[in-house]
Design a protein around this ligand. Structure first.
Ligand code: PLP
Length: 404
């Protein structure tokens, strides 16, 4: 399982005279960006494409947040900030965590980073090396497996199953922990499945982790505000027993439709925050100063735009699931969070990659093959429903006509 599948392996071979480090050949990618590029090229060539491939809100950043950035630029926020982020922003993050997770964190445990991805990169770099093992969800966000392989650590999949709503089994996770395990990566609500892990499963996991005090946990909670059916978000920060080894990943990209701003944050245990800050200093110095001011406004300003966006996703979720279940050969469970549906497509007779390519080329509908999220994604396609109801319905009609 540690081997990269053929879609994720770095393809470009360097000229003989150049000698990139061997680790570069182990770096994977995020195929959603390839699909986006292909869909854009097809659009430019005159094709009518409906993009259900890329995982980003189809809304603009709320205007009051944009105004805060403009004001910050006018007010002279042009220089470096502290590497861990402006104090006012880290205070706003701590307040936000108190509001939405009912947990107290100190602003000096917070590291502001350029996007959610940077937290996973830093956490995996911090624990990954040859001989180490890192557990990660599969199907899951592809960068986990890619960066684990890059570090030379062994990537140990936590299989996520349709039958359990793509949650994990605490027992199964615990059974995979061995003497070499350094880090466990968890993600709820999840990409690509929309799965949500129930509190009881987290309770069981945390209880079992008491026997493995050397194992750190990275909890990717970037979709924490995107939950449906009245569910409350369960944050691993709520468990005092693992606070001294928990790294929290969250950010502005999804909640505030700010994917292009590159704004994320993490909360680190006391024993790791200085190392994480050192990685930031070596990597990017600090996050864009004006964007940080916008980040404060996002957290402290009105939240109605978030509520409106989540309500729109909820409406589309119902449409997408209903429509997917009407396509011959498809079977789609109801996702509890994020903005993805992950139907089982085995009944079509196509592999995930074949169907992804067929739908894009023949009817102009961009989706992402489940295998782009790991080997356990075979038999599934990811649909991002960050698109209008009209486009979703049109895409489903096209898929039905393509497969019947
Ligand atoms: N974590 C998960 C599960 C994601 O799906 C994504 C983006 O799609 C990220 C992290 C990265 O977010 P960002 O765009 O802020 O780097």
């Amino acid at each position: 399982m540690a081997a990269l599948d053929s879609h994720n392996t770095a393809k470009t071979i360097a000229p003989a005279a150049l000698a990139p480090a061997a680790a570069m050949a182990r770096l994977g990618t995020e195929t959603a960006f390839d699909v986006l590029a292909k869909a854009k090229a097809m659009e430019e060539a005159g094709r009518d494409i409906i993009n259900l491939g890329i995982g980003q809100p189809d809304f603009h950043t709320p205007p009051h947040i944009v105004e805060a950035a403009v004001r910050a630029l006018r007010d002279g926020h042009h220089g470096y900030t502290p590497a861990n982020g402006a104090l006012a922003l880290r205070e706003a993050v701590a307040e936000d965590i108190a509001t939405h997770r009912c947990v107290t964190v100190r602003p000096d445990s917070v590291l502001v980073v350029p996007g959610g991805k940077v937290t996973m990169f830093f956490a995996i770099l911090m624990f990954g090396e040859p001989g180490a093992e890192i557990l990660y969800p599969n199907p899951g966000f592809p960068i986990y497996e890619s960066v684990i392989n890059f570090t030379g650590a062994k990537a140990v999949p936590i299989p996520l199953h349709e039958e359990t709503g793509f949650s994990f089994s605490a027992e199964e996770v615990l059974s995979k922990i061995g003497p070499a395990t350094r880090l466990i990566i968890l993600n709820s609500p999840a990409n690509p499945t929309g799965g949500v892990v129930p509190r009881e499963e987290f309770d069981r996991l945390v209880e079992g982790l008491a026997a493995h005090p050397q194992v750190a946990i990275l909890s990717d909670e970037i979709y924490s505000r995107m939950l449906y059916d009245g569910q409350a978000h369960v944050s691993l920060l709520e468990y005092p027993a693992i606070r001294d080894r928990l790294i929290l990943l969250d950010g502005w990209s999804k909640t505030y439709a700010m994917t292009g701003w590159r704004m994320g944050y993490s909360v680190w245990p006391d024993s790791l925050i200085e190392r994480a800050t050192r990685l930031a200093i070596n990597c990017h110095s600090c996050v864009n100063a004006a964007a940080q001011q916008a980040g404060i406004e996002a957290l402290r300003g009105p939240q109605d735009a978030v509520e409106t966006m989540v309500a729109a996703f909820d409406e589309r979720r119902e449409v997408v699931v209903e429509e997917l279940n009407r396509i011959p050969g498809f079977r789609c469970a109801v996702p509890g969070g994020a903005f993805y549906a992950f139907p089982n497509i085995t009944g079509t007779g196509y592999t995930a990659r074949e169907l992804q390519d067929k739908l894009l080329e023949e009817v102009g509908v961009a989706t992402v093959a489940g295998t782009s999220f790991g080997a356990y994604g075979e038999g599934y396609l990811r649909f991002s429903y960050a698109n209008s109801v009209a486009n979703i319905r049109e895409a489903m009609n096209r898929i039905r006509s393509c497969l019947t």
